[in-house]
Design a protein around this ligand. Structure first.
Ligand code: NAP
Ligand code: GDP
Length: 323
């Protein structure tokens, strides 16, 4: 059968995009593996800068996608978000406007874009659910990124109400896995601490965790998230977003994260917390009740298994990975 669907994945070289490619190429199930009528195209920034409208349109004219999984974004951990608030706002607004408008102009049938649980209000009740995206200001540490991302949901509703377009979004919690960004300064907590613990072991220096270790987070393994995005692209029909997360009972502290990394790397040296560094938002506990209604039997990879696989990938790819 020749492909009838062309699925364009923006951000195809990133943590989440690489995981989607891995699942499409390796999962043999009908539910998540590649279908015969699908052609998947994974973009990187080398294919064109999505902040540029003409470059974005040229990509759409070249591949003529019927479906778009929009993952590309300026992304980073707490400390990068605190430093570059305007860049996070502006770059993500430009990328999102260009991708959705090129999708509109070239009659793409469906777009699934990516938000984050960082976008939710800081002052909120728990657990957070999909109805709360616009209910108040986000945490001050990442207001640029959060407002840029929130506008994706606003765009999706506007394209739907004015033109009937099926553009929707999904909201992952903290993601980790192979092909992560391991920058010591700018990465998210799990890859940053993996790299720091590796160096502490190698150089026989202390392993220093930023902040108090008390904040709470829900982590999703990138390959689990990839399966859920593939399901969204094929099956999810709502315009309103859906949270893609492990359950509230699987929330862990930053200290738990550091402990899991220490164990996976077999680190036996000194281990401390630098409480002069920011903690960021204390928690953003999200409900996965909506996801569970659609996919009651979906199995998440246990956190320690996923950390071990990710750390093994990090060790095997240390020379070439992003750091
Ligand atoms: P990532 O590893 O940093 O990857 C970002 C991707 O976007 C890369 O493929 C990058 O291309 C591409 N990109 C960035 N700027 C671009 C531009 N101007 N033009 C074209 N492509 C550009 O990020 P990720 O963690 O996979 O994030 C994917 C999505 O998940 C994002 O929308 C992010 O907001 C969301 N998310 C991530 C997390 C998390 O914990 N990581 C949590 C919640 C939500 P190059 O590789 O060529 O630079
Ligand atoms: P967030 O979930 O959006 O806040 O982003 P992160 O993935 O950056 O996680 C931030 C939390 O991890 C904060 O509580 C930080 O204090 C803590 N943390 C501890 N060490 C590090 C580190 O080396 N890098 C980062 N990004 N966060 C760290």
């Amino acid at each position: 059968m020749s492909p009838q669907k062309v699925i364009l994945v923006t951000g195809g070289s990133g943590l989440v995009g690489k995981a989607v490619q891995w699942v499409i190429e390796n999962d043999t199930s009908e539910q998540f593996g590649k279908h015969a009528d699908e052609e998947w195209v994974f973009l990187t920034s080398k294919d064109g800068d999505l902040r540029d409208a003409a470059a974005t349109r040229a990509i759409f004219d070249k591949y003529k996608p019927t479906h778009v999984l929009h993952l590309a974004a300026m992304v980073g951990g707490l400390f990068k978000n605190m430093k570059y608030k305007l860049d996070f706002l502006r770059d993500n607004m430009l990328i999102n406007d260009n991708v959705l408008h090129a999708s509109f102009e070239t009659n793409v049938q469906k777009v699934v874009s990516c938000l984050s649980t960082c976008v939710f209000p800081d002052n909120t009740s728990y657990p957070i659910d999909e109805t709360m995206v616009h209910n108040g200001p986000p945490h001050e540490s990442n207001f640029g990124y959060a407002h840029g991302k929130r506008m994706l949901d606003v765009y999706n509703h506007a394209y739907h109400e004015q033109y009937g377009r099926q553009y929707t979004s999904a909201i992952p919690t903290n993601v980790f896995g192979p092909y992560d960004n391991y920058s010591l300064e700018d990465a998210h907590v799990l890859p940053a601490l993996t790299h720091k613990c590796y160096l502490a072991k190698k150089n026989n220096t202390p392993f220093v965790v930023s902040g108090t270790g008390k904040p709470l987070r829900q982590f999703i393994y990138s390959r689990d998230l990839a399966r859920l995005f593939i399901w969204c692209l094929r099956e999810y029909q709502e315009i309103d977003p859906i949270i893609l997360s492990v359950g509230e009972e699987d929330e862990v502290s930053i200290k738990d994260v550091a402990d899991a990394i220490v164990k996976a790397l077999d680190f036996t040296g000194e281990y401390t917390f630098d409480t002069s560094k920011a903690d960021g938002q204390y928690k953003k506990t999200a409900s996965n009740a909506k996801l569970r209604k659609y996919l009651p039997d979906f199995k998440f990879t246990p956190f320690d298994v996923a950390v071990k696989e990710s750390v093994e990938w990090f060790l095997d790819n240390y020379e070439s990975l992003r750091k």
